[in-house]
Design a protein around this ligand. Sequence first.
Ligand SMILES: C[S@@+](CC[C@H](N)C(=O)[O-])C[C@H]1O[C@@H](n2cnc3c(N)ncnc32)[C@H](O)[C@@H]1O
Length: 298
Amino acid sequence: MFSYRHAFHAGNHADVLKHTVLIATLRHLLQKDTALAVLDTHAGTGLYRLDGDFASTSGEAAHGITRLLEQPEQALAPMLQDYVQMVRHFNGERQGSKLRNYPGSPALLHHLLRGQDHLRLCELLPVDARALAGNMLQLQELQQSMGSKPCQLQVLTEDGFAAVKRFLPPPSRRGLLLCDPSYEIKSDYGKVVALIDESLRRFATGCYAVWYPIVARHEAHDLPKRLKVLAEKAGKNWLHATLTVKGGRQLAGLPGSGMFLINPPYVLKESLGQVLPQLVQWLGQDKYAGFTLESAGL
Ligand SMILES: C[S@@+](CC[C@H](N)C(=O)[O-])C[C@H]1O[C@@H](n2cnc3c(N)ncnc32)[C@H](O)[C@@H]1O
């Protein structure tokens, strides 16, 4: 069915952008005590071994998270410091730029959420869903053994695009949705737009974060434009950040990616204004490296 396995890409430049934004967004939402409901529609396996067969074959982390670990931590913008410290947390005592583990979005979310919060993780590929369930169980047990109450967790082997019908709006009326498909099927782009459209109708005050690849495909090019139209039609603020690390057409691999947020934290744009130039400086691979940052209503 699917050939995409996130383990090949864990810790690459796209994960750096996505997870840095995700952590900062969640931290902001967690400033209030009221329960938060988080839905990760395309979860992957949650935790990745960077010394395992998948990741070491592709070596993508070497051009992503590893580059940041090579910088003196105090040189990093605060949002990047937070991200790097979180990744280090999943590597125990290991320091330096050699990592064994890379936390995916489920592990990061689980680490930050509190006992009163809900985390729902959808992963359609059964083998990855089983690995996800095992990894999350371990994280829950670890947290309990350290005396803290883990968040209320559900791992679902189901289509994340359909999950919004069941889970939105959340009873607490506070929620974050991360939509991070692999886009290996062209129809994923249209499904993302339909998902955000439906989500905004069901739960207009939710915070929505969509990751997408910057590739030479008109569906990818149109996606942020279509999301802007939806946000503006609903009268919602939006924020759009992209990071390109190399010239696209002639080179192998993903040249860049974007994060599109609806109802983003109001502080995020300013913080990203510091983060993105640093990512271009340290993750950029050629003269085409660059970033964009735009918003409405902020
Ligand atoms: C880009 S990866 C997710 C990475 C993860 N969000 C992270 O940041 O660590 C996308 C995942 O979605 C899964 N997937 C594909 N179609 C899906 C669907 N319709 N519903 C749920 N999961 C799906 C794939 O098997 C893959 O593991």
